[in-house]
Ligand binder design. Structure first.
Ligand SMILES: Nc1nc2c(ncn2[C@@H]2O[C@H](COP(=O)(O)OP(=O)(O)O)[C@@H](O)[C@H]2O)c(=O)[nH]1
Ligand SMILES: [Mg+2]
Ligand SMILES: [Zn+2]
Length: 315
């Protein structure tokens, strides 16, 4: 039995990297990770044990190692089944631009909350810094970057057209499995193409609009980086926003608020109108940025909880 990592799935067939080569594998018998009913037993990112067949380039997967985290998408038909898009993700990058297109603070905050809920470290990358066209746009970028650095997240300001910046990104991604999300048109494909010469992902602002609302089953793929590590690319990452959130979980999903919770008078403070709330105090004295608190409140008030994220157009 050999151990390898699944980097591509077509639903019944898997590409597994082991000993530096690719193995085409099927699945033997019924594999199930306890407690999770899924439409796909094996996901991209899984570490698996497989029995090689006689040809020496394929085999049968016989076991899945426990996952450190996973991203799921619930079936559209509201059955209990979930589709695991990817597992064992080291970090999630949200690529943002302040203009053309504009990425809102609300969008970034929802991404961050989802990453927290999935236990995936998040990184914020502002792209197209070469294309700031006014003082307003410059100021916008400065404020957003400051907001998230202050909340405790790594923040990068880059241009995918600047080789030095691309090198910085390479350093960030090296030897890790990274997921990349963000609005259409922010430069995801451009960046990935710079990182992986020869991959030639389609870049365009319009290409993805045709896919909106389609519910085709999608399988993620891990693209190997030439310097080590992988990038996860999947139309299904739209569903990155899909996680079962309960309003009472929210205070734990904003790191800067989580840190202050012990200082609130009530252990289960929701930071809305409770007396002795350290979070509201921090908002008032500027330690917590207003836009973060505003996002927190709007997510809290959202009676549908995580459900609403489905429409958010992550990819
Ligand atoms: N000025 C500028 N344009 C960029 C940059 N990165 C990407 N673009 C352009 O933005 C458009 C959308 O890029 P694309 O990679 O397709 O975005 P995606 O939808 O996120 O994959 C393309 O016309 C790119 O050439 C950048 O850093 N600076
Ligand atoms: Mg693209
Ligand atoms: Zn509080």
């Amino acid at each position: 039995v050999k151990t390898g990592r699944v980097i591509k799935s077509t639903g019944s067939h898997y590409q597994v990297v082991c000993d530096g080569t690719l193995w085409g594998c099927g699945v033997r018998g019924k594999l199930r990770i306890s407690g999770l009913r899924t439409t796909n037993p094996v996901a991209v990112g899984d570490w698996v044990d497989f029995e090689p067949d006689d040809e020496g380039n394929g085999g049968q997967i016989v076991a899945i190692h426990p996952r450190s985290n996973y991203i799921i998408r619930r079936s559209v038909n509201l059955s209990k089944e979930a589709h695991v898009i990817a597992s064992n993700v080291d970090q999630a990058l949200v690529i943002c631009t302040v203009a053309r297109p504009r990425t809102s603070a609300g969008f970034i905050d929802r991404f961050l909350v989802t990453a927290e809920a999935y236990h995936i470290p998040a990184v914020i990358v502002f792209n197209k810094v070469d294309d700031l066209q006014s003082e307003d746009e410059r100021l916008d970028l400065a404020i957003l970057a400051d907001t998230y650095a202050h909340a405790g997240y790594p923040v990068y300001k880059i241009s995918a057209r600047n080789p030095q910046h691309v090198q910085t990104m390479a350093g960030l991604l090296k030897d890790k499995v990274s997921l990349i999300a963000g609005h259409s048109g922010v430069g995801k494909s451009t960046l990935v193409n710079e990182l992986i010469p020869g991959l030639n992902l389609k870049t365009s602002v319009v290409s993805e609009s045709h896919n909106k609302g389609q519910h085709t089953t999608t399988f993620a793929e891990m693209h190997p980086l030439p310097f080590g590590g992988y990038i996860i690319d999947s139309p299904g990452i739209k569903g990155f926003g899909l996680v079962d959130l309960k309003p009472e979980d929210l205070p734990m999903l904003f790191p800067e608020m989580r840190a202050l919770l012990p200082e609130c008078r009530f252990y289960n403070c929701r930071h809305v109108n409770e007396p002795g709330c350290a979070v509201r105090q921090a908002v008032e004295n500027g330690a917590i940025f207003p836009s973060r608190y505003k996002s927190y409140l709007s997510m809290l008030e959202d009676e549908d909880g995580g459900r609403k994220y489905r429409e958010d157009g992550y990819e």
